[in-house]
Ligand binder design. Structure first.
Ligand SMILES: O=C(O)CCC(=O)C(=O)O
Ligand SMILES: [Fe+2]
Length: 211
């Protein structure tokens, strides 16, 4: 049994069902307080030690840093000193990947993830996560690391859906999962530091069915 159990045991099946039915899923309290506390502490420590770098927009080779479009600071988990919490998060994501492959028949074979910190006032304008420079991204995941997030703190993830807009508060433990190629979304500015782990499940480059 992991040191960091998931709070909700059946959460992966519900995520898979939601993705089939409507391409997005929000699961509150999916990660335990302990795991959120430790991952959040790592993210904030990286931030306060100046170990996060301004995130760029645009395709590979043509990246630009434009804080009015995207104001977060990031670092790949793979590029951080290993921690038990980071390993536990990767294990949870691997279990989710297996559940999605079982239920959606999508050959997801790898996962990339970075810590992200939005300073107060920073956001990320409307975008899709799959674009020319990252054609292999299939499914996006955001795990929020903000304990005691209050209504009025801002920082919502706004999903732009056919049925209208849907805002998600970045409360610690909430997991948001959506199809990278079709769910347009944006991050609204917050009044306080907003920490998360953002990741993407990728497909094998050679699967013609998934193009
Ligand atoms: O932090 C979020 O709520 C979403 C972040 C995002 O859209 C991204 O990094 O691509
Ligand atoms: Fe995004």
């Amino acid at each position: 049994m992991s040191e960091f159990p998931l709070a909700l045991g059946d959460c992966f099946e519900r995520i898979a069902d939601d993705l089939v039915a409507r391409r997005w899923s929000v699961q509150e309290q999916a990660l335990s307080d302990k795991l959120v506390g430790q991952l959040g502490a790592v993210c904030r420590q990286l931030w306060h030690r100046d170990d996060l770098t301004p995130a760029a927009v645009g395709p590979a080779g043509e990246e630009l840093i434009i804080p009015s479009i995207r104001g977060d600071y990031t670092r790949w988990l793979d590029d951080c000193p290993p921690t038990a919490a980071g390993a536990a998060f990767l294990q949870v994501m691997d279990d989710l990947r297996a559940a999605l492959n079982r239920n959606l028949f999508v050959g997801l074979d790898s996962f990339e993830t970075h810590y992200a910190l939005y300073p107060p006032g920073a956001g990320y304008r409307k975008h899709l996560d799959r674009f020319k420079g990252s054609p292999l991204r299939q499914v996006s995941v955001v795990a929020y690391l903000n304990q005691a997030w209050q209504p009025g703190d801002g920082g919502e993830l706004r999903l732009h859906l056919e049925e209208g807009m849907h805002d998600v508060a970045p409360r610690g433990g909430t997991l948001v999962v959506f199809m990278s190629d079709s769910v347009v979304h944006e991050v609204l500015p917050a009044n306080r530091e907003r920490a998360s782990l953002v990741g993407w499940f990728r497909r094998r480059p050679d699967n013609p069915l998934l193009r």
